[in-house]
Design a protein around this ligand. Structure first.
Ligand code: NAD
Length: 430
């Protein structure tokens, strides 16, 4: 089939390349000419494992092209996937729908007769119905659940597909697009617009709640002298609870969970439903960043003024270079404001981190960041940080003091190597 993907950021670039991988002819469109030029040259403008190879293969074969022209995309596509951003509005918690509205208006203006416009962006419930009223085109909603770092695998082998449709024709078209994925037995839920929109915000709210639940348990463990790692392990053995998303740490960030739970609570309130618990989920999450700052002060003898602090991690999570609302950079910036001499290192997110926080210090390797540090904070759990040898690291730093902000290091090993070791949610200092 001939598809277009409107908006070629993390979601859209992945979707476009994976649709070509499934055998479709694809045009990716973005208003950012720099991004389009990079993608045309077969370069992925962000870090995503496996994506570069698929992109290069299909740009070379001609099956995947990129443009900034809505005329070209409109004349080409039978199905248009809208993947533009829906960030938090500057004036509050609601989602900013300006990009989605612009994109739908532009595609609707240029689309061929009979084309299907499919929203993939995460939007407040009611958006699809409003767009359908406004534009004389057929619309469907097909929310996306991919995780950065696993985006290719999640697109080609998703846990499920959700189609929000109003007609059998729209369902048929989407079934054809995803035929190779459905053929592997991927579960499909076909539903109405509102439910399709809600599945996405409900899923993100559930995941955020699970993370904040275990982080709230970490707070109680800190107060009571318990150990949240042992607690989470014991909870996770219960199949009804499950192990995933139960690791206590500095909390979630990124371009999705924080803004999605805020927008969802806001939208629910507009509809007269009180999802106040999501505000608690958000508050617990933000308190974990405060806790790391407190621990840093405590380990430095009451304040960080003048202390050399190595921050390991800048991306909001490993296997990504995305620094949107990154807990690591938020903590690093706060310590810098308190007068610490902060040096950040991240294997992939250095360029984005420098752009977002130009005043922080940056190192070219973990070794360089550690050298001479009086305090180490592990804030993004990249594998290379999890595998650091505490004896080797102790030989580099000025003072062996570390906060494991992600609950991934072996406390006993680090303590045995001479480190003053602290983690969120215990164990308490011995
Ligand atoms: P992003 O900021 O990386 O990409 C958005 C892209 O849209 C940008 O390249 C921007 O230039 C482009 N754009 C904006 N207005 C446009 C217009 N009118 N026409 C064409 N292009 C336009 O954002 P993202 O992370 O890819 O997220 C996109 C959407 O997908 C959001 O709603 C997000 O919540 C959702 N989502 C993201 C992920 C993820 O892991 N990143 C996962 C699932 C869902």
């Amino acid at each position: 089939m001939r598809l277009t993907v409107i908006g070629t950021g993390y979601l859209g670039a992945t979707h476009a390349a994976c649709m070509a991988e499934l055998g479709h002819e694809v045009i990716g469109l973005d208003v950012d000419a720099g991004k389009v030029a990079a993608l045309r040259a077969g370069r992925v403008p962000f870090h995503e494992p496996r994506l570069a190879e698929i992109l290069a293969r299909h740009t070379a074969s001609g099956r995947l092209r990129f443009t900034t022209s809505y005329e070209e995309a409109g004349a080409f596509g039978q199905v248009h996937f809208v993947c533009v951003g829906t960030p938090q509005r500057r004036d509050g918690d609601a989602a900013d729908l300006a990009y989605v509205e612009d994109a739908f208006a532009a595609v609707a203006r240029h689309a061929r007769k009979g084309a299907l416009l499919v929203g993939k962006s995460t939007v407040p419930v009611g958006t699809a119905a409003r767009l359908a009223e406004r534009h004389p085109v057929e619309i469907a909603w097909n929310p996306e659940f991919l995780r950065e770092g696993f985006a290719v695998q999640d697109t080609l082998r998703p846990d499920r597909l959700v189609f929000g449709v109003r007609t059998a024709r729209a369902e048929r078209l989407l079934r054809s697009v995803y035929a190779p994925v459905l053929a592997t037995g991927t579960p499909l839920v076909v539903t109405d617009f509102a439910t399709a929109e809600l599945v996405k915000t409900a899923a993100n709210s559930f995941l955020a709640t699970k993370i904040s639940f275990v982080n709230a348990m970490a707070e109680v463990c800190e107060a009571a002298g318990g150990n949240v790692r042992a607690l989470a392990e014991a909870l996770g053995h219960d199949d009804r609870i499950g192990r995933a998303y139960l690791r206590a740490g500095v909390g979630f960030g990124g371009g999705c969970l924080p803004k999605d739970i805020r927008a969802f609570a806001h939208r629910a309130a507009e509809l007269g439903v009180d999802l106040g618990f999501l505000r608690q989920v958000d508050a617990i999450n933000m308190r974990r960043r405060d806790r790391v700052v407190d621990l840093a002060r405590e380990l430095c003898g009451g304040g960080v003024l003048g202390a050399r602090v190595a921050v390991l991690g800048a991306a909001f999570k490993p296997d990504s270079d995305d620094v949107r609302d990154s807990p690591a950079l938020n903590v690093a910036a706060r310590l810098e404001l308190e007068g610490a001499d902060v040096t950040v290192y991240d294997p992939e997110a250095m360029d984005n981190a420098r752009k977002a926080f130009p005043l922080l210090g940056y190192a070219l390797s973990a070794e360089e960041a550690l050298r001479g540090a009086e305090l180490v904070l592990l804030l993004t759990e990249w594998r290379q940080f999890r595998e650091i040898d505490p004896v080797w690291a102790a030989g580099l730093v000025a003072r062996p003091r570390i906060v494991d902000g992600r609950g991934v290091l072996d406390a006993e090993r680090w303590t045995a190597a001479g480190w003053c070791f602290r983690a969120l949610g215990g164990p308490p200092p011995g």
